[in-house]
Design a protein around this ligand. Structure first.
Ligand SMILES: C[S@@+](CC[C@H](N)C(=O)[O-])C[C@H]1O[C@@H](n2cnc3c(N)ncnc32)[C@H](O)[C@@H]1O
Length: 367
């Protein structure tokens, strides 16, 4: 990953920023994170250019004979190509920012940080994993057991069955569940994900399959076999998602969701380990399910480090907690699924998660 060093932060200014952040009300926090996400999409090209400038500076520091060799093997052309494809990507990021801005008044776009730029780049990779044929293989591995479990529900019953998918990211899993005939709600907190997903959901912005294209891997120079794979262009979407009475997007914090209805299924995929307090997350899944309702989970346990998470549990501990909260994990449902997560399938490395799958029933008398 490229480094972004253009916004230095010292410890005391970081502490002040944290104190200020904690003092904000939830509504102002949400408004600010949305503004930050919009600004990051808007400034994607400009911020990426600063990055590329830094890369050029590093290259210029080497001796003349090495620069000559770099030139001969095409490294300078490669940096120029990165600038070109960043411009192509910025067509999408600018449209996403513009669409998100259209619905809001009084927004002041502040210059984003390196972390915000990283979030934009990761949203673009997610967009490709969820909504292109390039991502189909990875999706089929992580979706299979979840969709197979739900496919046991008789088709004629499905439109009366409510499914909630918290931490739904770019929404493909939730949309697939909706396409099977279930009454489905996707829920996502991050505006980086939500504004990119709304761009796909909009018939004006995304009127047809394969309408857009991106160079999603261009910013990751490591582990590339060739510049052709690095800069490859991928079209999306491979299917057209639309909201309806049976497919909703609930934007906001899952822990604050207070829907009057209870769900028959809550499906968490690569989600529970993003919790700052896993006990609150499992309690909320339990609260939102009807008695006898089922929680389906797939994922690793990659806790947010740096003591940010109140508890960093082992799998055994997660299952003890689930039992305490009022779930019965079905031992026959449990399996390990080796899978990747927003991988570049052409790269020279693989990061395999040994993700755990299980289903758990809410005990009938545990409300
Ligand atoms: C690791 S990603 C997984 C996304 C998606 N489930 C997938 O498998 O591609 C976790 C997602 O959960 C979201 N998330 C984390 N905490 C959340 C919360 N409290 N409410 C709703 N979404 C949350 C994050 O913004 C992120 O999009």
């Amino acid at each position: 990953m490229l480094s972004l060093k253009f916004l230095p932060f010292n410890v005391s200014s970081l502490q002040k920023a944290i104190v200020f952040w904690r003092s904000l009300s939830p509504i102002r926090k949400s408004r600010r994170t949305t503004e930050r996400a919009i600004a990051a999409f808007h400034y994607y090209e400009e911020l990426s250019r600063l990055d590329i400038k830094q890369m050029k500076r590093s290259y210029m520091k080497i001796g003349r004979s090495h620069k000559r060799i770099g030139y001969d093997i095409g490294y300078t052309i490669k940096l120029e190509r990165l600038e070109e494809v960043t411009k192509v990507n910025s067509v999408i990021t600018s449209k996403i920012a513009k669409m998100a801005l259209d619905g809001l008044e009084g927004i002041v776009l502040q210059y984003p940080t390196g972390d915000d730029l990283r979030n934009v780049r990761e949203s673009l990779r997610h967009l490709i994993r969820d909504w292109s044929s390039e991502g189909a293989q990875e999706r089929s591995v992580i979706f299979r057991s979840i969709l197979e479990t739900l496919s046991q529900v008789d088709e004629s019953q499905r439109n009366g069955i409510k499914v909630l998918v918290p931490g739904s990211g770019l929404g493909r899993l939730a949309w697939e569940i909706g396409e099977m005939g279930f009454d489905t709600s996707a829920n996502e907190l991050s505006p980086f994900m939500n504004i990119a997903f709304r761009f796909l959901l909009s018939p004006d912005e995304t009127p047809a399959v394969s309408y857009h294209s991106l160079h999603p891997f261009a910013h990751w120079f490591s582990h590339q076999r060739s510049n052709t794979t690095l800069f490859r262009s991928i079209s999306f979407p491979d299917a057209l998602p639309r909201l309806s009475g049976f497919f909703r997007l609930l934007e906001g914090d899952f822990l604050q969701l207070a829907t009057p209805e209870k769900y028959d299924y809550v499906v968490t995929q690569f989600f529970i380990d993003t919790s700052l307090n896993i006990i609150s997350t499992l309690e909320q899944i339990h609260r939102l399910l009807r008695p006898g309702g089922v929680w389906i989970n797939l994922g690793p346990l990659l806790w947010t480090g740096g003591a940010q998470a109140a508890l960093e549990l082992s799998l055994e501990e997660v299952h003890s907690l689930a039992d305490k909260v009022g779930f019965e994990v079905d031992p026959r449902s449990r399996k390990i699924i080796d899978c990747e997560y927003t991988a570049d399938k052409e790269a020279m490395m693989k990061w395999i998660y040994r993700a755990e799958f299980w289903t758990a029933k809410k005990r009938k008398h545990s409300d």
